[in-house]
Ligand binder design. Structure first.
Ligand SMILES: *Cc1c(COP(=O)(O)O)cnc(C)c1O
Length: 380
């Protein structure tokens, strides 16, 4: 049965030899814009592509302000700082995520609390958040505290897993009720919509990633999305060493960060963005083909976008019946020229986070035992 799946995937991607998981596509103005950077010498922290990429991305996502970063991890770091997260605060998030989510909050000295994900979205479950808060939290003078630890619960970071939007409206409602800042880890969900609105534009701040394996790449890169323009301006200031604008003076009014994306990366981003809709259309075609194919395969379930959402299907996912089947599938496909991989090791199983609070993580563990990502590159 696994051989038939291998044949189908190789056939779909038109490759006899090897099908990678997710590789970038450069089919537009990438070389032209990169050459322009080199020819004009504007390869670094100054240049027109940075401003253009921010403006184009704000327009594309519907954000009031978009601010480039060097990568998605430091975009998340900045998002948490701007949300007022401080040392020894607690941050509610999912254990089913890439390490960057937890690294970012750890840089501040905050502590993750791992809550369960939703069966339909693979992202943070509003029900789990509500239940945990009802049991463990109290609000005093407009500040939410964990009754057991006495720590402040300052932020909640859902992640739109593999591009599938979480139930963001419900999460927003519960965060508002408890005075918790909502920060969206939208690193994987560029172009993904919840009820027609772009992921990353619901909470206080949204963070995107443009790493090489993401749907749009700038080599390495990230971005912050804001509906609050003023907060966006502050982000721009803090990510550029908090330098007070002046033609020749070096004056800084905060501890700043050198998180600004270089012009040469932004040039790549501008070119990639011109083709993003085509990329996503193509990825959705691949997802539709998988959906149709796996509907007829017993024991392998294709994970479909949640209701009311349009997913970018960044990484396609299938569910095997259990961990043994998952391991066999991984072994067979990787032995036979089709690159697949399991979902990330759960955060609460890593040495740095193994003592963090969890709510039992029932669905999270189910996904960890069953999910495998299958090839998802754009075919153009
Ligand atoms: C890719 C990714 C990031 C950011 O990663 P960078 O490599 O720093 O751009 C953050 N969170 C998640 C869930 C991701 O998949």
């Amino acid at each position: 049965m696994f051989q038939q799946i291998v044949d189908f995937i190789k056939g779909w991607y038109g490759s006899e030899e090897f099908v990678p998981l997710s590789v970038p596509k450069f089919v537009g103005n990438e070389k032209k814009y990169l050459n322009e950077c080199i020819d004009t010498t504007f390869v670094s922290s100054v240049g027109k592509f940075v401003d253009r990429f921010e403006e184009d991305m704000a327009r594309y996502t519907g954000a009031k302000k978009a601010v480039v970063c060097v990568n998605g991890t430091n975009a998340l770091h900045m998002a948490l700082l701007l949300s007022g997260v401080e040392r020894d605060d607690e941050v509610l998030t999912q254990a089913l995520t890439f390490i960057a989510t937890c690294n970012a909050l750890s840089y501040i000295g905050a502590h993750p609390v791992f809550l369960d994900v939703d069966v339909a979205t693979m992202g943070l479950s509003p029900k789990a958040v509500k239940e945990w808060l009802a049991k463990n939290a109290e609000v005093r003078d407009g500040v939410c505290y964990n009754k057991r630890t006495g720590r402040r619960v300052k932020a909640c970071v859902p992640m739109h897993t593999f591009g599938h939007p979480v139930r963001i409206e419900e999460l927003l409602a519960v965060c508002e009720e408890y005075h918790i800042a909502l920060v969206e880890d939208a690193a994987e969900s560029i172009g993904s919509l919840y009820k027609g609105k772009h992921t990353g534009t619901f909470g206080k701040v949204g963070a995107l990633s443009f790493n090489g394996n993401k749907t749009l790449t700038t080599g390495g890169g990230g971005m912050l999305l804001f509906m609050d323009e003023e907060l966006g301006m502050l982000a721009k200031h803090l990510t550029t060493q908090a330098k007070v604008p002046h033609r020749w003076e070096f004056r800084h009014d905060h501890i700043g960060y050198n998180y600004r994306m270089p012009n040469i990366n932004a040039a790549l981003g501008c070119a990639q963005l011109e083709n993003l809709d085509k990329f996503i259309e193509d990825k959705r075609q691949t997802a539709a083909a998988y959906m149709e194919y796996f509907a007829k395969v017993e024991g392998v379930e294709f994970f479909v976008e949640p209701e009311n959402c349009r997913s970018n299907y960044w990484l396609n996912a299938v569910l095997l019946p259990n961990r043994e089947a998952q391991q066999e599938f991984l072994q067979y496909t990787n032995d036979h020229g089709v690159m697949t991989r399991p979902i990330w090791e759960l955060m609460n199983r890593l040495p740095m986070f193994e003592n963090c609070e969890t709510d039992g993580l029932k669905n999270t563990q189910m996904f960890a035992d069953r999910v495998v990502n299958i090839p998802s590159s754009v075919r153009l």
